[in-house]
Write a protein that binds this ligand. Sequence first.
Ligand code: 9MR
Length: 340
Amino acid sequence: MNVLRIIPFLIFLSIALTGYSADEVPLRELAAKRGMLIGAAANMMIQRGTQYAETLAREMNILTPENELKFHRTHPAEDRYDFQNADALVDFAETNGMKVRGHTLIWHQSIPRWMRDREWTRDELLNVMRDHIQAVAGRYKGRIYAWDVVNEYFDNKGEPRKSLWSETLGSAYMEYAHHFALEADPSAKLIVNEYDIENINAKSDGMYRRVKDYVDRGVPVDGVGFQMHVLYDWRFDADEFARNLQRFADLGLEIHITELDVRIKQPVTPEKLKKQADLYAAILRTCLDQPACKVFIMWGFTDRFSWIPFTFKGFGDGLIFDRDFQPKPAYEAIHEVLSR
Ligand code: 9MR
């Protein structure tokens, strides 16, 4: 038999087996044409999983280290920093022509034991903050597209949340952190990252007042990060979301969707996957319609690795590739929106 004649069959077979057609234009290419960054949170599977690494590099043009830049990981002892894993993720991104979002310099979580085990004076804690930001943001100077300088600063009333940082340094601790970050890496965009601020509510109003005050007083800030950990049957109000984004854009700030996932209550059905896909598409459309919305990042990309099942019992499947790295309806929906 002529070998050439079985080539189409082999191609068909490989598509049938992998489910993925190499002809399909990757998301990152479509996003780039729209002047947008599309990405995912990534973990150390970049070193252990070929399919993991390949899918990430093929589809995304930006990544966020899911955990490896957090305080307790990079700064495990007072006099010791550890950048091994963070370096690997930043190197992986650069090797694959991807940008990196830095997550996160200061957070009320991920405080290492050495900090929790003692009391701090204001001056001491301010020094810890400055040293940490200089060390971490300084190490990656010029290589980080944007930093979530402070993560989850607000409580649900829109006031500064009680934490070691706010209780020792007062609510101005976020300003200090922004000044230190600007000093350490003048080229990184400085972002205030938060959850549950999609709608116009007390929390997003608090965010608005705070960043407007920063803009008015010249405190360095470049944008607002909308995490968006949402439910598949969330009653998404695209108009309200668009109006909310607009008020931040009107301050001259960028908008980053930073941690989107759309969790499904088990069992998963085709109807739920369709709702999930529609929601992904609608959120992306709103972002595309807003010139200030430059970044669309999901909190992972394969259902094989996600924080959701560990945190929300009975929920899962929140991402756009399934556990076997096959595109889900949500992938197709995003692909279609970006192709238009
Ligand atoms: O997905 C992250 C999970 O692996 C970590 O155990 C957890 C605690 O560090 O943080 C998760 O990521 C969170 C992110 O850093 C901030 N916004 C909420 C995310 C989900 O909890």
